[in-house]
Ligand binder design. Structure first.
Ligand code: CIZ
Length: 301
């Protein structure tokens, strides 16, 4: 670990009145220097409540955009502008509008893993942690759920509503290596397997619980198990080990997000020096997207 660059980042962070937020899928060295580590919703809430005027968002673009939507008066930096999300990129406004034309009575519930302009066309956003609660709360029995088909299927199995599911997926979760999960389960037969709802249904069938990252943290706190196999992006195993050093964690499924790993200490330093690249959104899109994000926070608190 290069302590020189870490000291430089921490000094510059104070000088620039900045706070560093890191998603739980970030590499260990980034999680270690962050002021807050969490899921996209927790981090956006922190972004909205922080007194710092600059936010360095260590995650992917849709997360930094959501932080900007919730706190437009702050400068939100995404240290690597190419840190995108193929799941978010699999939905565009014209295609969503076409689906809305086919189901004119349906309200659109949109996973936050989506671009800001698509959020602006939606009724309410949701995260993996609150997707079912949001779907159950919106005032329609007919829903368009986008863009993740696995999360949509997970919700539709638990809801009596009619749910039309967009056919998108997270490349790394949807291709989770089931053989690898089975092999790790054989080696750690006493462990609980916790998997993310972006993985396919055949993975859920092996699992003790299907949870978003926030749910995994709570589950471990309440469980009496000593060992856990984590079926989500590998950064999450490091996050859990940091929170629960007396428990053991292994990843299962070889789930690795290249975009999350595009953020580096050097890019954080450069971004703090120049105060760029900063997230910018068209005002009308930002305000309409805010309404969809705000509906989610009204529903789930
Ligand atoms: O919403 C998030 O932060 C993501 C991408 C995953 C999760 O389950 O928390």
């Amino acid at each position: 670990m290069d302590n020189g660059i870490i000291s430089e980042i921490l000094e510059l962070k104070d000088e620039k009145d900045a706070v560093i937020l890191a998603h739980s899928y970030q590499p260990p060295e980034i999680q270690d220097i962050a002021d807050h580590v969490g899921d996209s919703l927790q981090l956006s809430r922190t972004a909205a409540s922080t007194r710092s005027s600059v936010i360095v968002f260590c995650g992917v673009r849709f997360m930094a955009e959501t932080a900007h939507i919730l706190s437009p008066e702050k400068t939100v930096l995404l240290p690597e502008p190419e840190a995108g999300c193929p799941l978010a990129d699999c939905i565009e406004v014209p295609a969503l509008r076409s689906m809305q034309d086919v189901y004119p009575d349906a309200l659109t519930v949109l996973y936050v893993n989506s671009p800001a302009d698509v959020k602006a066309e939606s009724y309410a956003c949701c995260t993996s942690a609150n997707a079912l609660e949001v779907v159950e709360s919106v005032p329609s029995d007919e829903i368009i759920f986008a863009p993740d088909r696995n999360l949509g299927t997970f919700v539709s199995r638990k809801s009596d509503k009619t749910i039309h599911i967009w056919n998108g997926a997270c490349r790394c979760h949807a291709t989770a290596d089931i053989q690898n999960i089975r092999a790790v389960m054989e080696e750690w037969s006493d462990a609980e397997l916790l998997v993310h709802p972006e993985t396919p249904p055949e993975v859920w069938e092996l699992a003790h619980a299907v949870l978003g990252t926030g749910g995994m943290i709570k589950h471990v706190a309440e469980s009496s198990s000593q060992r856990f196999i984590i079926g989500t992006e590998e950064g999450m195993a490091y996050r859990l080990k940091t929170l629960y050093p007396d428990r053991e964690f292994r990843t299962g499924g070889n789930i690795y997000c290249v975009n999350m790993k595009k953020i580096t200490l050097q890019k954080i330093l450069d971004s703090l020096k120049k105060l760029e690249p900063a997230i910018e959104l068209d005002t009308e899109i930002r305000e309409k997207a805010y309404a969809a994000v705000a509906r989610m926070t009204e529903i789930t608190g």
